[in-house]
Design a protein around this ligand. Sequence first.
Ligand SMILES: Cc1cc2nc3c(=O)[nH]c(=O)nc-3n(C[C@H](O)[C@H](O)[C@H](O)COP(=O)(O)O)c2cc1C
Ligand code: SF4
Ligand code: SF4
Length: 443
Amino acid sequence: MIDLSINFAGIKAPNPFWLASAPPTNSGYQIMKAFEAGWGGAVWKTLGVPVINVSSRYGALNYRDTRMSGFTNIELISDRTLSANLREIEEVKKYFPNHALVVSLMVETRKEWNQIIRDVENAGADGIELNFGCPHGMCERGMGSAVGQEPAVLKTIVEWVMDAARIPVITKLTPNISNIEDPGLAAVQGGTNAISLINTFKSIIGIDLDSFAPYPSVDGKGTNGGYCGPAVKPIALNMVRQLAQHPDIAGTPISGIGGIETWRDVVEYILLGATSVQVCTAVMHYGFGIVREMDSGLRRFMEERGFETIYDFAGKALPNVVEWKDLNLKHKVVASINPGKCIGCQLCYIACEDGAHQAIALSGDPNNRVPEIIDENCVGCNLCSLVCPVEACITMEKRDPGTEQITWAELSEADQIPASFDDPRAGGNDHFVPEPAKALRKR
Ligand SMILES: Cc1cc2nc3c(=O)[nH]c(=O)nc-3n(C[C@H](O)[C@H](O)[C@H](O)COP(=O)(O)O)c2cc1C
Ligand code: SF4
Ligand code: SF4
């Protein structure tokens, strides 16, 4: 029997699908609609110091046919009155007592923190999320990512909040930092109950080639925005992994955020140690209904593998994420083309010839456009299989017997690593490389 419910640092929710603090959580109306649709929790759009927003505010990276593969915004925190927000928080909790309603906060002074924490607790919030992530606007006023980028300041504010709060506290981190472990550790040392990440990346999404203004344009001018959406998922996944593997942070619940759109994304975050996830861009793109696919996909994944709860597989990928020096240097794969599937586009040939290792040959016969892999030249880099437009047409086949294992770490230990620039033990020495003159057109 599948049970998707979670207890996230004391915040209970019927499932791990939460809305991130953003436009979809700007009002009680939206959050109630989302809960009706199947979301198990929501982080209210950040409440705090008064702001004024600009118009326009959003920009997108449209990659080929995919709209909004990356998304940016220069929006600030909630511009609605605190009293209206508090009244609606209270109302949502009345209708949905068993859903997770976390309220995101961003203020400046200790006095303001104490006051606003009291306000949202009185309104019935289940938890608080500290927005130390906004990389635009608010950071110019000493809040948001300005705090997230200064671990010592972050720790102090978390301590203030922990002193004042009677409900669980989640610290939301900015990815605009060279090592995410620093603010992660500071949050834990400050006493936070949980961590969420990531907020958005400082970025410029593009420039209008006529007006020379960055997007989104506000009367001919722009500013750096916060980047999110599918394009940021790989970076967010690694940051979640880093925190989940850190000996002093592991054990602190993590809410994974960044580019989540489908049940697969959800599973990946959970496998890397998150026990709730938050979604913004995908909901802004497709609406609250996407949770149905997440729910059914996650249930099916769990059923097929015999997992009953989220906690049965949370973090299961972590032991497989090792340092490069611990990878098996004896493992060998080679590309293999399935001629029955090949459509003869020859994209693989171009990619390998110009961008990899000259390990694919053309037949030379105009009636046969299926390329051939030159096994002995193939280093097993994967590139051809990644560019091939036909699913499973190029597969990577294991060629080592699986009996040998040696890592860079072991070689170092045995004093067997290449020691000079010309050391014959260097890895590339036995790979085929054409003579330079072969590149010249026949004259
Ligand atoms: C338009 C917009 C407004 C946002 N406002 C907030 C906010 O008020 N507080 C906050 O903590 N994060 C805010 N975020 C960041 C999101 O909560 C989330 O961390 C980020 O978008 C990454 O998730 P995604 O890739 O699913 O969009 C905002 C994001 C967007 C796109
Ligand atoms: S990219 Fe794929 S489909 Fe195109 S020629 Fe190569 S193997 Fe065939
Ligand atoms: S795996 Fe890499 S080296 Fe091998 S054929 Fe494909 S692109 Fe070339």
